[in-house]
Write a protein that binds this ligand. Structure first.
Ligand SMILES: *Cc1c(COP(=O)(O)O)cnc(C)c1O
Length: 235
């Protein structure tokens, strides 16, 4: 078994344990394997081990891998591609044409562009609104006070399907603070579900905090390092 396969298996069993500890069904929690900076070969290894959801942060890099794997004869089942990085307007068309999900929507303008640019034959693009839970000026995401209005605007766009919210709380060793942030996101998620019954995705939790996120109701953990190893941005 490759190192990557072992690490993926370990992450899946951690998800299972965290779900059991929270009295949740493990099937309620989807694993998004975050493959940014990693080569298509490593995605193929994860695919061979059964992984089907992958997240990318950089448009050009992500599309190169999507195209390489679409042409690969070993890839016989569909892969779901999630764009999870900051998105500039001038790149939105490429994202609308190649990805299945965008989790990093924090303003109406980019959502409108994606809806207009989504090819009809692909069906609606799945959307999560990125919420800036820690209130840091440096992190992208819409504020808690703006998210309800953004949700109502995005839900009107014909080629988008609002699926939920995504957040990246500031890294901290303070488990109480982390619990509070995740619990606040969970309340927001339940509140949005009242208005939009199709919302089914609370995307929170990464390599360092996925168990705390699952304890607080996460339905999708986005895990990079724990599966693929540390990233080397020089490559
Ligand atoms: C890179 C990234 C991740 C994965 O982080 P790890 O700590 O490597 O698990 C998750 N979500 C987003 C939005 C990211 O950019």
């Amino acid at each position: 078994m490759s190192t990557l396969t072992k690490q993926l298996t370990k992450v899946l069993s951690q998800i299972e344990q965290a779900a059991a500890a929270a009295n949740r069904d493990k099937h309620e929690i989807n694993l998004l394997a975050v493959s940014k900076t990693k080569p298509a070969e490593q995605i193929k290894l994860a695919y061979a081990a059964g992984q089907r959801r992958f997240g990318e942060n950089y448009v050009q890099e992500g599309i190169e891998k999507i195209q390489a794997l679409r042409q690969d004869a070993d890839i016989t089942q569909p892969i779901e591609w999630h764009f999870i990085g900051p998105l500039q307007s001038n790149k939105s068309k490429l994202v609308a044409e190649h990805f299945d999900w965008v989790q990093s929507i924090d303003r109406l303008k980019i959502a409108q562009r994606l809806s207009n640019q989504r090819p009809a034959e692909l069906g609606p693009l799945n959307i999560c609104l990125q919420v800036n839970i820690s209130g840091e000026a440096s992190k992208s995401g819409t504020t808690l006070s703006q998210v309800i209005e953004l949700a109502s605007q995005v839900s009107e766009l014909p080629q988008l399907k609002l699926r939920g919210i995504m957040a990246i709380p500031a890294p901290t060793d303070d488990v109480n603070a982390l619990n509070n942030s995740f619990a606040q996101l969970h309340r927001l998620y339940l509140q949005l579900q009242q208005n939009y019954p199709d919302i089914d995705t609370l995307s929170m939790g990464m390599s360092g905090d996925m168990s705390v996120a699952i304890a607080n109701g996460s339905t999708m953990v986005r895990v990079g390092t724990a599966i693929f190893g540390a990233r080397n941005y020089q490559n």
